[in-house]
Design a protein around this ligand. Sequence first.
Ligand code: SF4
Length: 350
Amino acid sequence: MSDSLLVPSASPTARGPSQPTVRAPVDPRLDLVAEIHRLRRERNAVILAHYYQAGEIQDLADFVGDSLDLSRKAASTDADVIVFCGVKFMAEVAKILSPSKTVLLPDMAAGCSLEDSCKPGPFKAFRDAHPDHVAVSYINCSAEVKALSDIIVTSSNAEAIIRQIPAGKQILFAPDRNLGAYLAKVTGRDMTLWPGTCIVHESFAERELAKLKARHPKALVASHPESAPAVLAGSDHVGSTRSILEYVLKTEAETYIIGTDAGLIHQMQKQAPHKRFIPIAGTEGPCACNACPFMALNTVEKLYLALRDMTPHLELAEPLRQAAALPLERMLAMSASIPAPAESAPATVR
Ligand code: SF4
């Protein structure tokens, strides 16, 4: 990896002049939903939303999914504009895979604690200290860290991809230590872990889960592997957001305890209205929440403004984009056998 690609993540030379989030007042008389549909048609835009977005944004999206689904969608869409309702590293992935498209992020301040925990300089030193290892990075990292990695994974495909790495090869995993420890356990691979965590999943405490299980003894527990090992050990199912959604739809319990961002419950409740979903309350760490504060920065008003003004949009310097594309393309090739989800049903007439 060339040192010239190693620039601080906030550097304007690496990312181009990222623009501030538009905060113009919105006329309260406007029908924002109708306006968003009109602008989407006018701009030939596709709206992609992560499962952790607010329900009203998910309902406006053309496609709702997890990181793997959204990466595939970003790589294959023929729209001119991608409006990414998620966080910045996700919008970066869209730009890396679709460089000729305009990629809008309704709030450019929507970051991620995992990305923040793994800066390119220290990550490069980590790599340099382990020259014989394969560097596998979770998609929740900056374009610079992707450019320094061999393979990118998401929580949907990480296990399948790690199983494809030859048995004799040693593995570095960054930036999520909980996901890395879970993957080391299920694959039996010896992995050297970067010590990052997600502030949301890290806040789920074993004792909160124990309280909920005592109150709802017949409930099934489904958790995301970014959660702490003790929470995962107390779960009936561990998997990506899409896998958690599929699990609650295909199993027969009346009540589920959910160990991930509560935004996912919007889709669960839509698709299984007769079931009850209880989020684990976050009680520990700096976040102590069960809804990602970065994801919550996007709003319907900001989505409308982004489409109206075509800003803030994401730019990446071409050498960085190309270097970050390689491990992402490897990921897409290595996970080609994982089935894609059905298209999201349009919420309203477009
Ligand atoms: S939920 Fe955690 S990992 Fe996901 S975007 Fe928020 S801070 Fe990052």
